[in-house]
Design a protein around this ligand. Structure first.
Ligand SMILES: CSCCC(=O)C(=O)COP(=O)(O)O
Ligand SMILES: [Zn+2]
Length: 260
């Protein structure tokens, strides 16, 4: 699926480029963001307008409006931004939208989503306010820790090895997710998210203390499955903590002996 593109910044177009969000294809980003967010709402990931998702298709980035019920969005509510036009913009804070819905402001998460697209070439970035993510950051806060670490759990295999690396983590590998501190305004998280990406080049996610998590992937499928795997692991970790079980164990890899 290749959506049509004008390649022109918004001020050079004569209309609002509504065609960029009009498609019968359910896989078109303008259709997929509302349908994904409706699913995420049922998981408690985008409750009360919090959280959201953004998709990149080539140069075009599709974004939700700010402060709307994310599970009720329509394709006509979606913003479209050109990364190339944005890169040419003199001000990093001023965004160049090819398409803007008339009555909204763009999501406050926009600069964080753009960081995943520009620094990691991600195809999709998901931001959740999941209880499990927030609880894990609270447990880590008590421990004075800025990293979530877990190993020897099967679901760890749901994560890629890292940026520009092929294959997934193994059962015995340790999954490490950095934690950044929350800020009063979502946009102000950007510099800390970027710092965490630089410090942890292979991470596909960053936790935000007392707030939630940002998870990305090369495409929608990978971002969604990594986000699901991570939420599973966060829930498991909270329940393990309640049972007094450690997140890191020193189970040694064994060579399996198969008897046929
Ligand atoms: C109650 S949500 C506060 C803002 C936030 O954390 C968030 O993720 C949603 O921001 P948006 O601008 O996309 O509504
Ligand atoms: Zn948020």
């Amino acid at each position: 699926m290749t959506p049509p593109t004008t390649g022109l910044p918004a001020e050079n177009t004569t209309d609002n480029n509504d065609h960029l969000v009009q498609s019968d294809d359910p896989e078109h980003p303008a259709n997929l963001i509302p349908s994904l967010c409706a699913k995420f709402w049922t998981l408690g990931w985008v409750t009360g307008t919090g959280g959201g998702a953004s998709i990149r298709d080539g140069d075009l980035v599709y974004l939700a409006p700010s402060g709307v019920q994310k599970e009720l969005m329509k394709p006509s509510d979606i913003y479209v931004l050109s990364l190339a036009a944005q890169a040419q913009s003199l001000s990093r804070r001023q965004r160049v939208y090819l398409r803007s819905p008339p009555v909204y402001k763009p999501s406050q998460c926009t600069p964080l989503f753009l960081a995943a697209f520009t620094k990691r070439n991600a195809g999709c970035c998901i931001h959740t306010h999941s209880h499990w993510a927030v609880l894990v950051t609270l447990i880590l806060e008590q421990q004075g820790s800025k990293e979530f670490r877990i190993n020897n759990i099967e679901q760890i295999k749901g994560f890629g090895k890292g940026f520009q690396k092929s294959g997934n983590l193994g059962y015995h590998d340790t999954l490490v997710i950095p934690v950044i501190e929350n800020t009063a305004h979502e946009e102000d998280l950007t510099e800390f998210l970027e710092e965490a990406m630089d410090k942890y080049p292979d991470t596909y996610a960053v936790l935000v203390r007392r707030h939630g998590v940002y998870v990305w992937g090369d495409n929608v499928h990978k971002a969604k499955t990594q986000c699901e795997s991570l939420d599973y692991l966060f829930q498991l970790a909270v329940e393990m903590k309640q049972l007094g079980l450690p997140w890191i164990t020193d189970i040694e890899p064994t060579i399996p002996t198969r008897k046929d």
